[in-house]
Design a protein around this ligand. Structure first.
Ligand SMILES: C[S@@+](CC[C@H](N)C(=O)[O-])C[C@H]1O[C@@H](n2cnc3c(N)ncnc32)[C@H](O)[C@@H]1O
Length: 246
């Protein structure tokens, strides 16, 4: 898919920039010993019992959550489209003595992974915005999940995106216009972003074969939300949806 290839090129090209940012933040160094530094109070009840369980993190990026789940004893498969970001994460895991499997793949095509193998699939922290087909994304997530397994989506709340590119207090984008929104990165590369709505996330998870266990809008602040010009502190930061595969 050309759109995802373009996004992949952008994430590969910007991997070193993110590496420096993440090194300054320092969370990757402590997430495994202090999982609550990267997992919220809302997420914790659904991840605390991952000891010895098979866990897949989709769009793992900085791998802070993947490292936290490894620290909680999960056997982690960390999936990202960017080989460069995975290389950096693998180096860091080595430094920390953590054992994770790293897999370069597009979340809309996880065909190298078998059906019904994971106890937990986790995704979020600004992954869905890069995905052109939320149906395929969630279908793949649920396909690899075992029956009774848990699917956690903890995304930046979709309502925030309507203030992207706004320079006043009024929203700039139509909530229902999914995209693609085309941008040019600092590296001069095209990127394609999507604004999935709250009901897109929930209904797609149900259609993919989960029943909903929990929906929670939580937090008011997103760390490093440098792309947003407007103060959004009165809005929810995260939308968490937890499903169980039926
Ligand atoms: C903003 S990060 C979110 C992950 C993590 N919260 C973070 O901040 O690093 C987005 C990640 O999604 C990955 N990504 C984008 N499109 C993808 C796709 N189609 N399949 C798998 N990963 C993808 C990117 O490479 C990037 O690492």
């Amino acid at each position: 898919m050309k759109i995802h290839e373009a996004n992949q090129a952008f994430w590969d090209a910007s991997a070193n920039w993110w590496r420096e940012k993440e090194d300054k933040r320092g969370l990757w160094k402590k997430a495994h010993q202090d999982p609550s530094s990267v997992l919220s109070v809302s997420e914790m009840p659904f991840v605390k019992d991952v000891e010895a369980k098979k866990v897949c993190v989709l769009g793992s990026g900085d791998n802070e959550v993947a490292f936290a789940l490894a620290g909680l004893g999960g056997h982690i498969t960390s999936v990202d489209i960017s080989e460069r970001r995975l290389d950096i994460a693998a180096e860091r895991a080595d430094t920390l003595g953590l054992q994770l499997s790293f897999l370069q793949a597009d979340v809309t095509d996880l065909s190298v992974l078998e059906d019904n193998v994971f106890d937990l699939v986790y995704t979020g922290g600004h992954v869905s915005v890069w995905i052109s087909d939320i149906q395929k994304y969630y279908e793949e997530a649920v396909r690899i999940l075992s029956v009774g397994g848990v699917f956690i989506v903890n995304e930046y709340h979709p309502i925030r995106r309507i203030w992207l590119d706004a320079n006043g207090e009024h929203p700039h984008h139509d909530y229902f216009k999914r995209g693609p929104y085309t941008y040019t990165s600092d590296e001069g590369l095209p990127t394609f972003e999507y604004h999935w709505t709250v009901s897109d996330h929930i209904q797609t998870m149900v259609d993919a074969g989960c029943f909903i266990v929990k929906v929670d809008e939580h937090g008011t602040h997103i760390q490093d939300e440098f792309w947003m010009e407007v103060n959004l502190e009165k809005l929810p930061a995260y939308l968490m949806i937890v499903g169980e595969k039926g």
